[in-house]
Design a protein around this ligand. Structure first.
Ligand code: PEP
Length: 256
């Protein structure tokens, strides 16, 4: 299977940005700009905007994602949101294990694994984030770090289920820093992730998984990154908050 038969997905990660009126304005601006996209378009918004986003994107080609999900179905987990709560409002995607969750909120590969399985069980499509710190890259252990994350984050996930997942390779040093991995650096790790998936699940499953790059992807550098064989899309932070920039990335992904 080749890149051109995998689903290209451009997902915006709004992080902790946009009040409801601001979210409405951004979605209103994005919709017409991406209406004829040749790839899947997803906006992952703060919880408070999910219902609005689902309502506003009905009948359009824009899908809605959350930025996290808890792994238990219900119970005494103050401040958390379950997978069923997300599907109930019409959310289809969920970001899991973003480096900001790992860095600031104690997320571990074990909880990423639990969240991934809970999301899959509820019918959500997980966007599972992996990536190395700058120090780990400098120590030449990028493959060791990312390989370990893939093994642990997908522990006990079946080959059928892994095909429903999206993996976002996000070198931590490139997130929100303006430092993008070069297209060759990004391709090297995305190809490694696919080879690791092939070891764990076989070649057919590995070839079916959409692997995104994330880390300061923008309107200017997207085309070069997205032209690479193993980069099937992008997880976009800063540039997803500006409709014309986000739409330009969607256009680049549509060309592949
Ligand atoms: C992200 O938050 O997933 C991300 C890639 O952010 P940015 O595009 O701003 O680097």
């Amino acid at each position: 299977m080749k890149k051109n038969v995998r689903k290209a997905i451009i997902a915006g990660n709004w992080k902790m940005n946009k009040t409801r009126p601001e979210a409405k304005e951004l979605i209103e601006a994005i919709k017409p700009l991406v209406a004829d996209a040749g790839c899947e378009v997803v906006v992952c918004t703060p919880y408070t905007n999910l219902e609005t986003a689902v309502e506003m994107t009905k009948g359009s080609n824009v899908r809605v994602g959350a930025e996290n999900v808890h792994f238990e179905k219900s119970g005494a987990f103050t401040g958390e949101i379950s997978a069923d709560m997300l599907t109930e409002v019409g959310v289809q995607y969920v970001i899991i294990g973003h480096s900001e969750r790992r860095q600031y909120f104690g997320e571990t590969d074990e909880t990423v694994n639990k969240r991934t399985k809970a999301a899959l069980a509820a019918g959500l499509k997980p966007i599972v984030c992996v990536g190395e710190l700058l120090w780990e890259r400098e120590c030449n252990i990028t493959e060791e770090v990312v390989g370990r994350q893939i093994k642990l984050d997908f522990y006990d996930v079946s080959a059928e289920d892994v095909k429903k997942c999206v993996i976002a390779y996000e070198p931590v040093w490139a997130i929100g820093t303006g430092k993008t991995a070069t297209a060759d650096q990004a391709e090297e790790v995305c190809a490694f992730i696919r080879s690791k998936l092939a070891d764990l699940y076989g070649d057919a499953a590995a070839q079916a998984v959409t692997i995104q790059y994330g880390g300061s992807m923008n309107a200017g550098n997207a085309a070069e990154l997205l032209a690479k064989e193993n980069i099937d899309g992008g997880l976009i932070g800063g540039a997803s908050l500006k409709a014309p920039d986000f739409a330009e990335i969607v256009r680049a992904a549509s060309k592949g």
